[in-house]
Write a protein that binds this ligand. Structure first.
Ligand SMILES: [Fe+2]
Length: 160
């Protein structure tokens, strides 16, 4: 059996590389979003403080776990994850935010970013299906489900 084109977990290397590239983009975007959430957690002011200070902490902790999961998936598939912010900033589409005090501006950023991530995860899901990579498909499914729920909850919360 020719194993030249197969990686250690039994997937075609060329197909896996396409998934790895998508995971790398996701990692960079998660890292920027993580720091944005930390800033929102620190700077929120006003009558929503106690709600949103806690919610942002819950969210950045979840994103921290996802960052690790995505980076380790890259290694599992035979790639090397970036760990430098200078590299993340070159490929991330999520923009850095700073000094956001207003709750509505913060929530809007979070909802828009979660919508962006559900789109990225659907693309990742498609790439995973194409390469027979069930582990990545599962990672994408969990992310989509979690973010869709947050989009719903934040939408309901911020309705005036
Ligand atoms: Fe804190």
């Amino acid at each position: 059996m020719n194993t030249n084109n197969i990686n250690k977990v039994g997937l075609d290397i060329t197909a896996a590389n396409q998934v790895i590239a998508k995971l790398g983009e996701l990692l960079a975007n998660y890292q920027i979003f993580y720091t944005n959430l930390r800033g929102l957690h620190w700077n929120i002011k006003g009558d929503k403080f106690y709600d949103l200070h806690g919610i942002y902490e819950e969210y950045y902790n979840e994103i921290a776990e996802k960052i690790d999961e995505v980076a380790e998936r890259i290694v599992i598939l035979g790639g090397t994850p970036e760990n430098n912010f200078s590299e993340y900033l070159k490929i991330a589409e999520v923009k850095e935010i700073s000094h956001v005090f207003d709750w509505k501006t913060g929530i809007n950023h979070v909802v828009e970013t979660l919508q962006f991530f559900t789109g990225k995860l659907r693309e990742l899901h498609a790439a995973g299906i194409k390469s027979g990579d069930h582990g990545t498909v599962s990672l994408a499914n969990h992310g989509i489900k979690s973010f869709e729920k947050k989009i719903w909850m934040l939408g309901a919360y911020s309705q005036e």
